[in-house]
Design a binder for this molecule. Structure first.
Ligand code: ZN
Ligand code: ZN
Length: 411
């Protein structure tokens, strides 16, 4: 297939299965400059599917970098009102949102993490922020995170290949893991059916808690939120529209009980966040809260994550991914959570998805909190799956079931 055709197929998948755009619905796309061919193809597909309007926000990690480097602290703390209003305008029109992830691994080199955090805090403490974040976290409208390569990212992923090959090589890996073959729509229907089957089994077990153990030193118990729901693959928006929040995806996930996490968990992949690569890190939990943590590299970033707000030191997501998932099998470290989290069992510090709790999306914040669902201003995934990971589930009647053996589901 020619590159233009492949981009068209990927765009069609994102519009039809990713956000499943409805007739008369607007679409917002966020993209960097290198991803323009995909953003433009998505725009065309969305209009063909009946979108009322399509808006593309073009940005670049280096534009953010120089803002952070050269603006005064006072300026960084100001959030332009029109930016928040632009989001709210779309939300009130029932917008669908596509975000094209295409990270630039070196962009934040030399930027003070404190300034990154300062800007984030300003955004998060803005009075309009909660409504904007809730729109996607509670699936009020359809949203989809997908991906497109850029040269800097591709060089980081394939440091030993000739420079002229890296872009195409990364694009191939994205297409393969995103199941973009001759008929991606059909491939995703099958994949979604498989993911639904696995979620159903987990829901029928209705575990009280899961216990994780491996040779790296992970030994911890995570209670699940009572009345939890496991989901994976496609989800439904508040209006009942089926969509795929992540392309690719391999996880089934739910919400932990905020105060029911105890023990130590060791990360199995580096975490690329805030423009930095955190390596060889671990967390220790007591009654849900991170009480100790460490990293061989970029510990300051870990500190930003844990101390961001009162909820950011509690878990908000527990996700299961078999070690033999296609992304893990590709052997590629993508330095991008969208891919790396789908190669491995993971957890997330911070905000939980209300859809993981029965009736959760209709509850008030206070009711969700009371049920044990974590609230925070961030959601940061980190990977904990390994080849020797064992997970034992305990039901409410005390009986146990082996869920994972040697890194994979037992069923
Ligand atoms: Zn996840
Ligand atoms: Zn997550």
């Amino acid at each position: 297939m020619k590159k233009e055709e492949v981009i068209e197929k990927l765009a069609e998948l994102i519009v039809k299965k990713g956000v499943n755009i409805q007739k008369g619905q607007p679409l917002n796309v966020s993209s960097n400059l290198e991803s323009a061919p995909l953003a433009i193809a998505i725009t065309k597909e969305a209009y063909k599917a009946g979108a009322s309007w399509v808006h593309v926000d073009f940005d670049d990690a280096y534009i953010s970098k120089y803002g952070l480097m050269y603006q005064s602290e006072e300026q960084l703390k100001k959030v332009p009102e029109w930016i928040m209003d632009k989001y709210l305008y779309g939300i009130r029109e029932g917008v669908a949102m596509v975000s094209i992830a295409s990270p630039k691994p070196n962009a934040m080199v030399g930027v003070d993490p404190k300034k990154i955090q300062m800007q984030q805090m300003a955004m998060q403490s803005h009075p309009k922020f909660a409504e904007i974040m809730d729109y996607s976290m509670s699936n009020k409208g359809q949203w989809c995170v997908c991906s497109y390569p850029n040269f800097e990212w591709a060089k980081k992923v394939f440091p030993n290949l000739p420079e002229e090959e890296v872009f195409d090589k990364l694009f191939d890996a994205i297409l393969k893991t995103s199941r973009v073959d001759n008929d991606p729509i059909k491939a995703w229907e099958k994949h979604n059916a498989n993911m639904a089957k696995r979620s159903k089994i987990m829901n029928e077990f209705n575990f009280k808690s899961l216990h994780y153990k491996n040779s790296l030193g992970t030994d911890f118990t995570i209670e699940l939120i009572p009345n939890h729901i496991w989901s994976g693959g496609s989800e439904n928006s508040a209006k009942g529209i089926e969509f795929n929040p992540n392309i690719p995806t391999e996880e089934v996930f739910t919400a932990p009980n905020k105060y029911g996490v105890n023990g130590k968990v060791v990360a199995t992949k580096p975490l690329f966040t805030q423009g930095k690569l955190v390596e060889d890190f671990w967390f220790e939990f007591k009654d849900g809260k991170v009480v100790n943590y460490g990293a061989k590299k970029e510990q300051a970033v870990l500190k930003n994550i844990v101390e961001n707000d009162p909820g950011s030191c509690y878990l908000g997501e527990v996700a299961l991914v078999p070690f033999d998932s296609p992304i893990q099998q590709s052997g590629i470290l993508f330095y991008n959570t969208l891919f790396d989290e789908n190669a491995s069992c993971h957890l997330a510090l911070g905000m939980a998805y209300p859809s993981c709790l029965k009736g959760g999306t209709e509850m008030s914040f206070e009711q969700q909190e009371k049920a044990g669902l974590n609230h925070a201003k961030t959601h940061v995934d980190f990977m904990v799956g390994s080849k020797d990971l064992e997970i034992i589930g305990t039901k409410f009647d005390g009986t146990t079931v082996q869920v994972f053996k040697n890194g994979n589901f037992t069923f």
